[in-house]
Design a binder for this molecule. Structure first.
Ligand code: CTP
Ligand code: CA
Length: 226
């Protein structure tokens, strides 16, 4: 491999990025999904690769092209995403950007459900595993740096400080997804970086710029400025 250099400080480092939504099947033609284009996660995978990292991108269903040089693993459900992440470990850096479905239908039907006179019916749900919390758990395989994302409507932005502690990740990137903020599918994002040091609000900027800034901070954290 090429030697580490100022502009490729992450050469020799492995990174795992989750991105996109998950699809949780109700039956063969229907699913529950989260709103996510995958753009921010893909941009982070690309930015880490640009800095020299060996990047695995575990992606839910998106319409985006794979960033050059990045190894992409496609999954649909939260449980598939967790299994793919476990296979990618150990890594030095994990960035969980995926909008993982918090619940899945308890017993997806293997045949298409039909309208009947008794519909609407209730859907029984069960909680999905928490991928970020599992990756953050202390242990010999824990990445050196674990970063989570939290899409919150403004009423809950203050909860991000709590969420970082609850998840056990090192940094949490909180973004305001209130309807007026126009974030979903947009090329821009407005985030605050929550760390042990406190809350650092960043100006609104393109998702690529958020990715580059985050990757720079990650590199600085791992290998210092030199
Ligand atoms: N996350 C995850 N696995 C889950 C749920 C969330 O890995 N089953 C990750 C997301 O990728 C994100 C972070 O956890 O990095 C925060 O997700 P969020 O939905 O904000 O957190 P939750 O703990 O699910 O809380 P909430 O009730 O606010 O949805
Ligand atoms: Ca959630």
């Amino acid at each position: 491999a090429a030697p580490r250099s100022a502009d490729r400080p992450l050469i020799g480092r492995k990174a795992l990025v989750t991105a996109g939504p998950t699809h949780e099947p109700i039956d063969p033609v229907r699913f529950i999904a989260n709103r996510s284009s995958g753009k921010q996660g893909y941009a982070i995978a690309a930015a880490l690769h640009d800095m020299g990292a060996d990047v695995t991108l575990v992606s839910g269903p998106t319409t985006l092209p794979t960033p050059a040089g990045v190894q992409r693993i496609d999954v649909e459900t939260a449980r598939e995403m967790l299994a793919a992440c476990r296979r990618a470990l150990p890594v030095d850096i994990a960035v969980c950007v995926a909008a993982v479905g918090d619940w899945r239908p308890t017993a997806p039907s293997t045949v298409k459900l039909k309208k009947t006179p008794v519909t609407p019916r209730a859907l029984e749900l069960i909680e999905n595993p928490d991928i970020l919390a599992e990756i953050s758990r202390p242990g010999p395989e824990r990445p050196q740096l674990v970063v989570g994302f939290a899409a919150e409507t403004d009423a809950h932005l203050a909860d991000a400080v709590h969420k970082r502690q609850r998840k056990g990740c090192d940094w949490l990137v909180a973004n305001d997804v209130s309807p007026g903020a126009d974030i979903f599918g947009s090329a821009e994002n407005q985030v605050s970086l929550v760390s042990e040091a406190g809350v650092d609000p960043w100006p609104r900027m393109p998702k690529n710029a958020v990715a580059a800034r985050l990757a720079t901070l990650i590199a600085r954290h791992l290998v210092g400025d030199g």
